[in-house]
Each structure stands twice: as structure tokens, then as C-alpha cells.
Design a protein around this ligand. Structure first.
Ligand SMILES: [Zn+2]
Length: 508
């Protein structure tokens, strides 16, 4: 692949006093950063991008995402996860997408990410009502066509709803209990066959830009046998393994009630499945013992601060995690729980929310820590060596950022202005794997206008289906509310929310 020469740029350098290098030139070759020098002369026929003294930095990495609900942004009010999921992903036939819908919703996410300087994503893709090869292919094709770097897993629980949640067995009337004790319609053998399809057809395609991952969704949502088979797959192909853990207080209570007092982290460790390939997603209601186990395993934690606020899940213990050296990446989670797909707002929120966690302000996250999590932290979680750095030989996933825009005028402190001022509007050009994908605020390789127009028309026509699905929730809602409130009253020995300001106790 031909290289591209960036001239007259400053490179992000978090260790430098000003956060960037002096003016220099950078050449890419074969999809990687090939050469950096004060000046470089173009080779014959080489494309040159004039940087005009602006900033060349690693692309941001969306370390945790579900593309499945990108078309549902703004649909739901703030709701706790367990209630939220009733609306978000019921196994209803009426919500089955066509391959074209799956393609378009994935592409909407790619467009929003690429235009704001996110160059890589880990998609923990779930499927309503069930995964099918045609839908998987449509998702993968969208990632391929858009030009973004993507890891994609199939996030599909196989246990019944009753097995995944505490209290429901005793709370539901007989007919609903029978209904909810049915296993998920997709069996583990089918899911493993679909993984074969994903890996054989897509893993390592587009010059290694498109890859597979595995996902148990969450330890309590799968049988130990399937969980272990996924770990085998992850080990065999060196794939990240995504697992949501201790996102909510109710999930902590689940361990007390259904796992003999063990946390989901301890349970995973006891199964022998906690590994450095694991991305532990959320990790809010963790205790010191959980964090020691995670640190010893080498796993990464995916932090989704906006989703955690949107669903009222709580504040992740950032400093306790970083003090143990646990690698952290940042994620959007999903467009229905953010509701943008913009890593700049994720960084800003991550840079502020932890200031409420303790009086010792020297322990609050620095802008450099947040930028590190959104770049090299993401590359580490994705198991892509060098990704997220500006090192020679690293993948050339780069963003040229205009330093003459309002967010950087005047330029007082680059790191802090990147985290707290910029929202993606200063992006001049985006490169993934050495290939330009965005220039002049337009995607180069897809017809954005026509795709967005088609998506608007198609998904607006589906509003009836969403409303029918919402109605189906009403029978279950009172029982889920009781379950949620009962879990909220349990003393789990930690607090992760601002209880001092709430009147929840009165409601309970
Ligand atoms: Zn998630």
C-alpha cells in the first residue's frame, strides 16, 4: 500500500511538557507509521497532506459498543439497566431486522465515529430476536465498507431470563414463570457454529482491519460449558473476550443470592476463565477482592461513564482500578444509552465524574490518564500491539486536528483542551490503517448522504414495530420493578451512587 506523507504537523506526545512535539513530518507505509523526522521529502507519486502546524494524534478507540441499537438513540428515558433491557432487546419477532437494516444501523455508527475521529471500535453486537449469518454478514460488510477498524463479537445469552436475575422465580405468577424459564431460542451449538462463520469469513479481512472477538455477554447469562467454549475460541485465535460484570447493584445482589455469595468476578475466576484476553465491561459494583483478581489476571476494564450515568448504574472506582495497574479503555456502550457515539464526550465525562469519588483531589483523573485510556488503553484491550500510539511501526490510525478552532483558542493546555473542550468538530482528516477515510468533514469511501437518507426513511417506518414491542413490556414491568427495588434495599457493603441526595428509601 502506498504511503502518505503528513508535513508541517505536531504529534501528540503526552510525555512532552506541551503535550506535543515541535513541527515535524510523518510518513506512513503499508498501513503503519513508517518514518518521523523534522522534515521529509515526498517520494515520487506519494500523496502529501499539509498539516499547517496542526495536531496529528492517534485515532480514538471506542472500547465498548453495541451497534445493534444505533437506530434507537433517544428512544428511552433514563431507566435502570434491568428495566431498560426489557425495552431494548426483547426476543420479539417484530423487531427482527432485515440485512439492509442491520447494514444501515451499523453504518450510522461508523459515520458518526469516523467523522469525530474515532478510528476503531469493539462491537459487542447482540441480535434481536436471534443471530443469523445474513445479519452478521451485513454488520461486517458495513464495517468493511466504512473504512473503520472493528472487532466484532456475537453477544447472545443462552440461559433463560429466570436464571439471569435474582428474585424473579418467587415474584412471577405461574404462567409468566413458565414462559420466563424457557431457554433463549439460540442454543450454544448454534452460537458456536455462527462464531465459525464469523471467524472463517471475516476474521483478519480488509488487510487485518476487520477482526472477530468473543462475548459471553455476562457470566450469569451463559452456561459454564458455553462460557468455557468461548474462552477456548478466544485462546485459539487470540481474540478479546467481552464480559459485562457488576454494572448494577442488582448484579452484585445476584452473586449474594444465586452464586453462594460470590461476586461475578469471583465466579468467573472459579471457572478458570478470568484471563488477560478478557474485557471486563463496567466493573462498578466491584470490591477490593474483585479488583485484586482482575489485576492478577491482566484483564482490561472497559469504562462507559455516560452509559453508567444514563442508566443510573453508579460511579466506577477509577482510582482503585488504576492504583492496581489495571488497564482501562473507554467506551460509548451504545447509542440508546449515551445517546451519541462520540468519544470526546465520553472522555469529558470520564474526566469529571470521578471528582465526586473522594476528597483527595490529587487522586482525581488527569487529562493525560483519560487520553491514554481512549487511545493506547483501547489498543491494548483490542489486543492490537501499538494501536493508539504514535510509535514507529504502530498502525497508522491517525486524526489530523485543527488547532485554530474555538476549542483550542487560545491554546493553554493541550491535554485538558482535548478532554474538556473538543467535541470532534476540529477534525480535518482521519486515516485508518494508512488509508484516508475522512477529509473535509466527509467520508471518502461511502455515500454518506444517500445512506443516512435511506436509514431515516427505513427506521421511521419501523416506529409501529417499536411501539408494539413497548406494549409487550407492560405485563412484566411490575415484577421487574419489584425485583429492582428489592435489590436496591440490600446492603452490599459498598455505595456507588449519590444516595445522599435521593429519597429512594422513602419510595422503597
Ligand atoms: Zn455494554
Amino acid at each position: 500500500m502506498n504511503g502518505i506523507l503528513f508535513r508541517d504537523v505536531r504529534l501528540l506526545d503526552l510525555a512532552a511538557p506541551k503535550g506535543m512535539t515541535s513541527i515535524c513530518a510523518l510518513r506512513t507505509k503499508n498501513g503503519r507509521i513508517h518514518e518521523i523526522a523534522p522534515t521529509l521529502v515526498p517520494n515520487a507519486g506519494e500523496d502529501v497532506i499539509e498539516g499547517n502546524g496542526n495536531l496529528l494524534m492517534p485515532g480514538l478507540i471506542n472500547g465498548h459498543f453495541h451497534s445493534s441499537v444505533t437506530h434507537m438513540k433517544g428512544r428511552l428515558p433514563g431507566l435502570p439497566l434491568e428495566i431498560f433491557m426489557l425495552y431494548e432487546c426483547p426476543e420479539l419477532e417484530v423487531l427482527r431486522p432485515t440485512p439492509r437494516e442491520a447494514y444501515l444501523r451499523t453504518m450510522l455508527g461508523c459515520i458518526e465515529m469516523l467523522k469525530t475521529g474515532t478510528t476503531a471500535v469493539q462491537d459487542d453486537c447482540f441480535f434481536v430476536p436471534e443471530p443469523e449469518p445474513e445479519i452478521i454478514d451485513a454488520v461486517m460488510q458495513a464495517y468493511t465498507d466504512s473504512g473503520i477498524r472493528a472487532r466484532v463479537a456475537l453477544d447472545q445469552p443462552e440461559l433463560s431470563e429466570l436464571e439471569k436475575l435474582p428474585y424473579l422465580t418467587e415474584m412471577l405468577p405461574d404462567d409468566q414463570r413458565r414462559q420466563m424459564s424457557l431457554p433463549s431460542r439460540t442454543k450454544s451449538q448454534t452460537l458456536l457454529a455462527l462464531y465459525d462463520h464469523l471467524i472463517n469469513r471475516w476474521h483478519g479481512t480488509a488487510d487485518g482491519r476487520i477482526k472477530a472477538a468473543v462475548s459471553c455477554s455476562a457470566p450469569q447469562r451463559v452456561s459454564p460449558g458455553y462460557f468455557s467454549a468461548l474462552d477456548d475460541l478466544s485462546q485459539r485465535h487470540d481474540l478479546p473476550h467481552y464480559a459485562h460484570m457488576l454494572e448494577t447493584k442488582l448484579q452484585r445482589v445476584f452473586g449474594e443470592e444465586c452464586l453462594n455469595g460470590r461476586s461475578l468476578v469471583q465466579y468467573t475466576k472459579d471457572l478458570g476463565l478470568l484471563s488477560d484476553r478478557m474485557n471486563i465491561i463496567h466493573s462498578i459494583w466491584v470490591d477490593d477482592k474483585d479488583l485484586d483478581l482482575i489485576a492478577a489476571s491482566g484483564a482490561s476494564i472497559a469504562h462507559n461513564p455516560i452509559s453508567n450515568l444514563r442508566l443510573g448504574s453508579g460511579v466506577m472506582p477509577f482510582r482503585a482500578i488504576r492504583d492496581r495497574g489495571i488497564p482501562v479503555c473507554l467506551g460509548v456502550d451504545e447509542a440508546i444509552a449515551d445517546d451519541a457515539i462520540n468519544m470526546w464526550s465520553v472522555m469529558k465525562t470520564a474526566g469529571m465524574i470521578h471528582n465526586l469519588s473522594g476528597w483527595d483531589y490529587e487522586n482525581w483523573p488527569s487529562a493525560t490518564e483519560i487520553l491514554t485510556a481512549a487511545t493506547v488503553g483501547g489498543g491494548h484491550a483490542m489486543r492490537e500491539p501499538g494501536l493508539g500510539s504514535m510509535a514507529l511501526g504502530a498502525p497508522a490510525d491517525l486524526v489530523l486536528l485543527n488547532l485554530k478552532t474555538l476549542p483550542f483558542t487560545p491554546l493553554n493546555n493541550l491535554q485538558r483542551q482535548l478532554v474538556h473542550c473538543e467535541l470532534g468538530t476540529s477534525v480535518l482528516a482521519v486515516m485508518v490503517s494508512g488509508r484516508l477515510v475522512v477529509q473535509e468533514n466527509r467520508l471518502i469511501h461511502v455515500d454518506e448522504e444517500s445512506l443516512v437518507g435511506e436509514a431515516r426513511m427505513l427506521f421511521e417506518e419501523k416506529s409501529d414495530a417499536f411501539e408494539r414491542a413497548d406494549k409487550a413490556v407492560s405485563k412484566l414491568l411490575p415484577h421487574y420493578r419489584r425485583m429492582y427495588h428489592k435489590a436496591a434495599t440490600v446492603d452490599v457493603g459498598m455505595e456507588r451512587r449519590l444516595e445522599v441526595f435521593t429519597r429512594d428509601k422513602a419510595i422503597l
